[in-house]
Design a protein around this ligand. Structure first.
Ligand code: FAD
Length: 384
């Protein structure tokens, strides 16, 4: 067993590090406080080969492994936490599901543009009455001639304010087996956005409403029975979410570490107080443990989808660790940490969201418990 990166991975890491230091570190603070998507970063990353890292070269990607994409998130986030979202959008999110299951025409119409950093795709799973219980979704796809008529709505969708296409989970028929997905352009007739809102992170979102949206047959990504495949692909999204939790926790830790070596109180450096040293020891233990779980899930996936169990363990642990580390780092930095002069408070706010997004910590623990007891546990009450 070898816990080190390969020479090729080290080379890739160093090149992303140089790129991030030169192009992303300047302006990191402004980007974090802007609700806009950093399109300039997306285009630059496309030029650098950082979008589509795990997507096949034949489809316009780099043909790399999941661990390469994780390394990219780590290095980008260390220079500019907000830009890590661009790595996510271009590698881990619905783009990967599109690349895996999309037809040649889907790739031509959507994927190539996304890989150039000229557009972004959202995944619309969550609905007002279907959050953790995602299979309760009611957005319907009913036959209309050769195509489908979509009715329903999605909430909390990341990038909903500006995405040009939504990979929407829809119901073709009853039960879990009736769920599949379609690609809906946000400019299509019948698509509208509700009241603009924002997460605690500052990212904007708005309810996406579909009223008699006509979707041609060739815009179905996965038809009836597609749910399991969609969720298998969604584990990649979870790895990106996991990697960002840990990377932003690490960013906060690094700022606090630097601060503790220069800030003096009572005539001593902060790092000389044992009460703070133990905080740093705890932070480091959490970051290192999280990294091993993250790398296990990503490395075992190689170029495929990661295992649901290893992903759940990594995500639940790293979501918690990232948030706790960011919180302790903020505490160590006192008023400065709580201020927008530093990005530590931003990292804390972002990490808080990932404890809910992409499968909350509780839902992931339910999945882990199934692995522990080697059986499934219905979460539904007897009245269901
Ligand atoms: C920052 C952010 C980004 C998001 N981006 C997207 C996106 O791009 N696309 C998308 O479709 N959705 C997105 N979401 C929505 C997210 O997937 C849901 O918020 C999440 O699935 C939880 O659903 P809910 O908010 O309805 O909470 P609920 O399902 O109502 O849950 C409320 C609480 O109860 C707990 N709970 C529920 N059921 C159980 C159970 N069986 N056992 C134990 N605890 C339980 C939950 O863990 C949670 O703490 C995003 C959310 C956030 C915060």
């Amino acid at each position: 067993m070898d816990f080190r990166l390969t020479p090729e991975q080290e080379q890739f890491r160093d090149s992303v590090r140089r790129f991030a230091a030169k192009h992303l570190a300047p302006g990191a603070r402004e980007r974090a406080h802007s609700p806009d998507y950093p399109w300039d970063v997306a285009k630059r990353m496309a030029g650098q080969g950082l979008l589509g890292i795990t997507i096949a070269q034949a489809d316009g990607g780099q043909g790399g492994s999941l661990i390469d994409a994780v390394i990219a998130i780590e290095e980008v986030a260390a220079a500019c936490p907000r830009s890590a979202d661009v790595v996510q959008a271009g590698n881990f999110g619905p783009i990967r599901v599109l690349a895996e299951y999309g037809s040649a025409s889907h790739k031509k119409e959507f994927l190539h543009r996304l890989l150039k950093g000229e557009g972004v795709i959202s995944v619309g799973m969550t609905e007002p009455d279907a959050g953790s219980a995602v299979t309760d979704l009611t957005t319907s796809a009913t036959r209309d001639g050769d195509g489908w008529r979509i009715n329903g709505s999605k909430v909390f969708t990341t990038h909903s304010a500006y995405a040009d296409v939504i990979l929407a989970y829809v119901r073709f028929g009853p039960g879990v087996g009736g769920i599949g997905s379609v690609l809906i352009e946000t400019k299509a007739q019948g698509v509208s956005r509700g009241k603009a809102s924002a997460f605690m992170s500052g990212e904007e979102w708005a309810e996406l409403r579909f009223e008699n949206v006509l979707v041609p047959a060739d815009r179905v990504l996965l038809g009836e029975g597609g749910f399991k495949k969609q969720i298998a692909g969604f584990n990649v999204e979870r790895i990106g979410n996991t990697a960002r939790s840990l990377a932003l926790g690490r960013y906060a830790y690094e700022r606090a570490r630097q601060w503790a070596m220069q800030r003096k109180q009572f005539g001593r450096l902060l790092c000389e107080f044992q009460g703070l040293q133990w905080k740093f020891a705890e932070m480091k233990m959490k970051l290192d443990a999280g990294q091993l779980l993250l790398y296990r899930a990503a490395a075992n996936a190689d170029r495929g989808f990661p295992s649901a169990e290893e992903t759940a363990i990594a995500k639940a642990f790293c979501n918690q660790a990232g948030f706790e580390v960011a919180s302790e780092a903020l505490q160590v930095m006192g008023g400065l940490g709580y201020s927008q002069e530093e990005l530590v408070e931003y990292c804390l706010r972002r990490c808080r969201g990932w404890m809910i997004a992409g499968g909350s910590i509780e839902i992931l623990k339910n999945r882990i418990a199934e692995a522990v007891f080697e059986r499934s546990f219905s979460q539904r009450g007897s009245r269901d």
